[in-house]
Design a protein around this ligand. Structure first.
Ligand SMILES: Nc1nc2c(c(=O)[nH]1)N[C@H]1C(S)=C(S)[C@@H](COP(=O)(O)OP(=O)(O)OC[C@H]3O[C@@H](n4cnc5c(N)ncnc54)[C@H](O)[C@@H]3O)O[C@H]1N2
Ligand code: MOO
Length: 403
């Protein structure tokens, strides 16, 4: 048993973790439809222009713009319809003065035509069309390369794919992209009292919550969780389990981080590598520790499920995002009025889970062991350590959990 040393402030703790986590620089090729959230590993240049040909942007008539000049409701211009072009056609017609070609949105513009009159501005009778409104040259045409020019850089290295960026890739007829490999993060629950969901509970046991909440945070931060078996609180077993988990890019351990008889983590991590901090000046999450073992970052999370999850959002998520090559995410914030007064945590910066309803921030005062404190919360208040009390009705900033 070793009492905490001096507690570190949260910002220094986060900086220490980030300083020891590096972006994974291996790549893999991923299917177009699985790219959402993935990080592009190379610059991508357009192999073709989009649109690849001049095309009608409206249903109507392809015309020579000058033929429509002066047209009005009372003074329409009459053009002879010489053909019909549908989307997907490859027109061979060549439009001449006084002629119009019926055209569908997306169809290639026939040679000679330089504008499209919308069908609403026309009236067809037999093979003659009356045009009620003049169009300027280029009207209602999508020009070659207007969207993307052949040879231009369409997506830069480091781009995070979302629906729109997947669309850019699709426009080029590409079926895959080279992206950064997801960081593999080993998740190791510890404790004699912790049981896997598929086992019978013995007296005194509870089901493992933390490895599942941690895995969810890793996944939504761009990482790949690798679940380890629940480790027993025996030094040699714990050490062997940690050594095995070091095959991953990062290790997250839950439990055993405090100062109880069986809280062995500090000693083992100090033996295997270097503990950079043990104890942060925050509530919840005071016993959180961080070590570097054989070049790998190892985060020791408190066993209490809410302490564990809040610190997974605050410390683990930024680290995994960094390894995944994702930009730092400050998260979304909203302003709300406090539904009741909140006492500060003496000497500790407090991250208090709150629910937001009708513009009110409702504090969820539950103990750190209660998973519902985070499950029911939309976000948290970040209350500095020198605050005595936040008054009812006070405007507060709620930092929303990333979901
Ligand atoms: N004398 C002191 N005791 C404690 C202190 C302290 O400063 N001095 N800190 C308290 C705080 S704050 C926290 S948080 C906890 C953290 O303790 P550990 O990280 O050592 O975690 P455990 O003791 O192993 O477990 C705590 C609690 O959480 C349950 N647990 C553990 N793992 C899981 C899991 N995977 N799924 C669900 N629940 C889990 C465990 O059964 C315990 O009930 O220490 C305080 N004590
Ligand atoms: O720091 Mo503990 O995590 O308050 O509950």
């Amino acid at each position: 048993m070793k009492p905490f040393g001096q507690l570190l402030d949260f910002d220094s703790a986060l900086q220490t973790v980030l300083a020891e986590t590096m972006v994974i620089n291996t790549n893999e090729s991923v299917d177009l439809d699985d790219l959402a959230g993935r990080v592009l590993a190379e610059d991508l240049y357009a192999a073709m222009s989009i649109p690849p040909f001049n095309r009608a942007a409206m249903d109507g008539y392809a015309v020579i713009a000058t033929d429509t000049f002066g047209a009005g409701r009372r003074d329409p211009r009459q053009l002879t319809i010489v053909g019909h072009v549908f989307a997907g056609d490859s027109p061979s017609l060549n439009l001449k003065a006084g002629e119009a070609i019926q055209i569908a949105t997306g169809a290639p513009m026939p040679d000679g035509a330089d504008a499209v009159v919308m069908v609403e501005e026309t009236e067809k009778s037999g093979d003659v069309v009356k045009v009620f409104k003049a169009v300027y040259p280029g009207a209602n045409i999508g020009r070659v390369g207007e969207d993307i020019k052949k040879g231009e850089r369409v997506l830069a290295q480091g781009t995070v794919f979302d629906a729109g960026k997947i669309g850019v890739l699709a426009s080029q007829g590409l079926s895959r992209a080279t992206v950064l490999t997801k960081p593999r993060v080993a998740v190791m629950p510890t404790g004699e009292e912790i049981a896997a969901f598929d086992s019978e509970l013995r007296a005194g046991q509870i089901y493992d919550i933390n490895s599942h909440t941690i895995a969810a945070v890793i996944r939504q931060s761009g990482g790949k969780p690798e679940k380890m078996p629940i480790a027993e609180d025996k030094p040699d077993r714990l050490q062997a389990a940690i050594e095995k988990s070091l095959d991953a890019d990062m290790v997250v351990i839950s439990g055993g981080s405090s100062v109880g008889e069986r809280d062995l983590m500090f000693g083992i991590l100090e033996k295997l590598g270097k503990v950079l901090f043990h104890g942060i000046q925050i509530k919840p999450g005071k016993p959180t520790m961080f070590a570097v073992v054989r070049g790998k970052p190892v985060l020791g999370m408190p066993g209490y499920p809410t302490s564990c999850l809040i610190n997974a959002y605050l410390l683990l998520a930024p680290a995994v995002r960094k390894m995944a090559g994702l930009p730092h995410d400050e998260g979304r914030i909203i302003e709300a009025g406090l539904s009741q007064s909140v006492p500060g945590a003496v000497g500790r910066r407090q991250f208090l889970p709150v629910k937001v309803e009708n513009g009110k921030a409702i504090p969820l005062f539950k103990e750190s062991g209660a998973i519902t404190a985070t499950a029911d919360a939309d976000g948290y208040l970040d209350i500095p350590q020198n605050v005595d009390i936040l008054e009812k009705g006070e405007k507060v900033i709620v930092r929303l959990f990333a979901r």
